[in-house]
Design a protein around this ligand. Sequence first.
Ligand SMILES: *Cc1c(COP(=O)(O)O)cnc(C)c1O
Length: 345
Amino acid sequence: MAQAHLTIDLAALCANWRALRDKSNAEAGAVVKANAYGLGVDKVAPALAAQGATRFFVAVAEEGAALRRILGPGPEINVFSGHMAGDAGLIRAAHLTPMINSIDQMLRHVESLPGHPFGIQLDSGMNRLGIEADEWRALREIAIAQNPSLIMSHLACADEPDHDMNPQQLRAFVDMTDGIDAPRSLSATGGILLGEDYHFDVTRPGIGMYGGAPFDDAQPVVQLDIPVIQIRDVHPGETVGYGNTFVAPALTRVATIAGGYADGILRAMGPDAVLWSGDTRCKVLGRISMDLIGVDVSALEDAPETLQLLNAAQGVDTLADWAGTIGYEILTSLGTRYARTYLPA
Ligand SMILES: *Cc1c(COP(=O)(O)O)cnc(C)c1O
């Protein structure tokens, strides 16, 4: 069988959620946008709900509707993109809570779904989503009178604890929300780690639950085992892969494995990438192809059946460093061709 195998440890994922929850006195929500960062919202969300998560966050209404089918009635599903044109039917039917991002969205919401729950997203400086401070001044009393279920904003630099932007956004958020009774939320994973001032009433962990930085204490959640298709000896001066970028300096045993950039194994990881056979590191040789990668298995006594790209010793952030990206992109790129096994929570 030449299908790579992704193992997702739901027990570790839930332990990470609990650990982030326990870092504050706030209620911990759970961010499960983008198919739970690529790990499978149909498995991840019910596991978190069973741990006591009652508030989930998704990017768009369609994700929210899918999540409602998975979770059933009860949990609050907040939609970051708010109330977009054409969403009223989905929002009503799936009982979603849009995070209103503008005066236009507010008008759309109260006109199309009067009395339907909503939250408010404020822009505290990131300039991505949310109502701006001066718009908010005009809207605030009217919006508050309708009991928003949550008032939130998002930090741009929370993964850099010493960044000036953090206290600046904190101040802006407090200025905009002081004296409001509705629950408030400012922090994703990075903000939770910044300390109590940033916690407010609800936190929104994402990446940390999935085992990624900046939550350094996270338990590893994903393991990726890739089958070896064939093994050959490459003689000094011979090359491996497209463009002849690897030239064998000595006799080298090369395993060709069944994974590539079409599986989210980013080609940009290139020559730094390493796989594991037990405790032995095996370097990638030459370019990563669409479905295949050459790996140096000279150090192994026996021909391996599989090699590991992700394991407890090598997480998504290591791969991200090789590719010049972030763990989030590694996770959300994980392949659709993988066989997936979920270890129960
Ligand atoms: C994605 C996202 C989160 C979760 O962020 P992590 O860094 O993954 O914890 C929280 N809030 C908003 C608005 C987001 O877009």
